[in-house]
Design a protein around this ligand. Structure first.
Ligand code: AMP
Ligand code: ZN
Length: 112
């Protein structure tokens, strides 16, 4: 499959990994929008949050628990944010479900 994040999972494209378990991988965003900008993705390819269903949505729990653990490891004690973009209007450029973990500064309060 021609998916850049699947290639990161397989190791065909390098990444700066910060967290990994059986189901989830997290690595630094190549174009950081904050001092800490991590992408958290399922190892199983899912196009986006619009493709979640009863049969695959358990991964969201694993991803959020990973987010909490990563935030702790980067000492984001003052707070952090998790965002997932969906489709064109959401600004999704990579069609492999991913959650942005942002922190390390006072984040913009304007969400949209
Ligand atoms: P989105 O716009 O929500 O689809 O987010 C895609 C994100 O993937 C962007 O923030 C990009 O900077 C990031 N990105 C694209 N290619 C890579 C890569 N090879 N390694 C790390 N991050 C990447
Ligand atoms: Zn993929």
């Amino acid at each position: 499959m021609d998916c850049i994040f699947c290639k990161i999972i397989s190791g065909d494209i390098p990444s700066e990994k910060v967290f990994e378990n059986e189901k989830v991988l997290a690595f630094k965003d190549i174009n950081p929008m904050a001092p800490v900008h991590i992408l958290i993705i399922p190892k199983e390819h899912i196009d986006g949050a619009d493709m979640l269903s009863d049969s695959n949505a358990d991964i969201v729990k694993d991803i959020m628990l990973a987010a909490k653990q990563i935030a702790q490891s980067f000492n984001l004690d003052n707070g952090w944010r998790v965002v997932t973009n969906v489709g064109n209007d959401g600004g999704q450029t990579v069609r492999h479900l991913h959650f942005h973990l942002l922190g390390g500064k006072k984040l913009n309060t304007e969400l949209a």
